[in-house]
Design a protein around this ligand. Structure first.
Ligand code: SF4
Length: 281
């Protein structure tokens, strides 16, 4: 008889992120932490989700084979409900984390992250998946197939968030990168470093949204992209793409049909609206 294979326990600590194209500070939950959960499940793990607010309230960090921290705010805002994990808190909680340890988000660049086994700058979900499946823990972006699969597999953690079901706002990503990537984009922004924009198809985003709705999610924001007007546009001839209104319409009509209480959007490039006013309206 074969020995029973143990299931690795992965503890995810959500220290919250606030990036140019993704928000995960409560009441928001970021797409990255859900992708990380999905990657862990896809690699055969079981996941425990803890937010920094749960730790602040006295939750212990459990035993784990892997502990993953997501933390950092590259575009700090004014937060009304909770604060992102501070560097002081990273120093405080790091000795309590078990197993091998990864950190992602902009805090991975901080000196306080030096005690982690891996400091991931590109895609925490992809690096975790590689480490759990016996590959080298390097820097790469997830493929489109992985992306869509992980958003479904990681959806369940929304129920563990302290703001579920209300007022939780689940941030959804439609694509990554910026159409201005070829020129290097704006000097302060990390999005052009992600290369040529990679679009998710409406049906894949809608499958994710349908699962979230079935779990009891009431509110979503399609905020995980650099310009929602440019969603679906494969026009890479300039940094100002011609919009494809039919794709945007397909996405939002599909989301509306799922019966969420609130659907909002974020991020639109004014240059696209000014150049293509008809397609943008
Ligand atoms: S236009 Fe592109 S490079 Fe400039 S801020 Fe927006 S996403 Fe970043």
């Amino acid at each position: 008889m074969e020995a029973e294979k143990s299931i690795p326990h992965v503890v995810l600590i959500d220290g919250y992120i606030d990036d140019p194209a993704a928000l995960g500070v409560p009441p928001y939950i970021s797409p990255m932490i859900r992708a990380v959960a999905g990657a862990a499940v896809d690699a055969g793990g079981r996941v425990t989700y803890l937010s920094i607010d749960m730790l602040r309230q006295g939750h212990e960090i459990p035993d784990a084979d892997v502990t993953v921290l997501l933390s950092g705010n590259t575009v700090p805002g004014k937060y009304l409900r909770s604060m992102p994990m501070s560097l002081k808190e990273i120093r405080e909680y790091l000795p309590k984390m078990k197993g091998w340890k990864l950190i992602g988000g902009s805090s991975a660049y901080a000196p306080e992250a030096e005690g982690f086994d891996f400091r991931i700058h590109r895609d925490l979900a992809a690096s975790l998946y590689d480490g759990m499946t016996g590959k080298e823990v390097g820097e790469r972006f997830r493929t489109l197939d992985e992306w869509n699969r992980w958003m479904l597999l990681g959806a369940d953690i929304v129920k563990e968030h302290q703001d579920f079901p209300q007022p939780l706002m689940v941030e959804i990503e439609s694509y990554r990168g910026c159409h201005r990537y070829a020129s290097g984009g704006c000097s302060f922004c990390i999005e052009p470093t992600k290369g040529k924009p990679l679009m998710r198809q409406p049906e894949d985003i809608l499958a994710e949204a349908k699962k979230l709705r079935a779990l009891g999610v009431c509110n979503i924001r399609v905020g995980g992209q650099t310009c929602i007007i440019s969603y679906g546009s494969e026009d890479f001839s300039s940094g100002v793409p011609r919009p494809v209104p039919s794709k945007v319409r397909q996405l939002f009509e599909g989301l509306k049909a799922l019966g969420f209480e609130h659907i909002s959007v974020d991020n639109a490039n004014p240059a696209v609206i000014a150049t293509y006013p008809e397609e943008s309206s």
